[in-house]
Design a protein around this ligand. Structure first.
Ligand code: GNR
Ligand code: NI
Length: 168
């Protein structure tokens, strides 16, 4: 098991579009294990493969308080967005220390493959629904900062470059 380095915004690799996983095999399961370890180590509620510079459609999520309800989504597809628009304060492991409000839909129905390669469907609302939308955005090369004003994006880029200079 390994902890994987997480890319930081505005790294251009966060803009790459992930390709579907052709076969859920031992390689994919090993990557899922490393992604889960990386997410738990960083105290995140989700992680997309894009954030660890792997451009394949793989997401891990755990929104439980007990940190023992890992959900794995391979090749996820949004079947339906439901409910009203809700505004949630979001953060991102690729944009550490930055939090801002993003509007998304309240509910989501998603189809994906599990770690066993079997297809499943899930309906979610609340934080899980927000997190699923946030992670699927990563697979499409989109970060929550992209929804903010140009002024905020410019400021956040500056802060992140400074932070990454200091820790380099
Ligand atoms: O840990 C995370 N918290 C979070 C809070 C509100 C909305 C979305 C998230 S996802 C984020 C982890 C992450 O960056 N996933 O890509
Ligand atoms: Ni994120």
């Amino acid at each position: 098991m390994a902890l994987l380095p997480i890319l930081h915004y505005p790294d251009v690799r966060l803009k790459k579009v992930a390709r579907p996983v052709a076969r859920v095999d031992e390689r994919v399961r090993a990557l899922v294990k490393d992604m889960a370890a990386t997410m738990y180590d960083a105290d995140g509620i989700g992680l997309a493969a894009t954030q660890v510079d792997v451009h394949e459609q793989i997401i891990v999520i755990d929104v439980s308080a007990t940190r023992d309800e890992l959900k794995v989504f391979i090749n996820p597809e949004i079947l339906e967005l439901t409910g009203e628009t809700v505004a949630t304060e979001e953060g991102c492991l690729s944009v550490p220390g930055i939090y801002d409000v993003v509007e998304r839909r309240e509910g989501v129905r998603v189809r994906a493959l599990g770690e066993d390669g079997e297809s499943f469907e899930l309906s979610a609302d609340g934080l899980l629904a927000v997190c699923i939308q946030h992670e699927i955005d990563h697979l499409k090369g989109r970060v929550f900062v992209d929804y903010l004003s140009q002024l905020k994006q410019t400021r956040i880029k500056g802060k992140m470059r400074k932070l990454d200079r200091q820790s380099a």
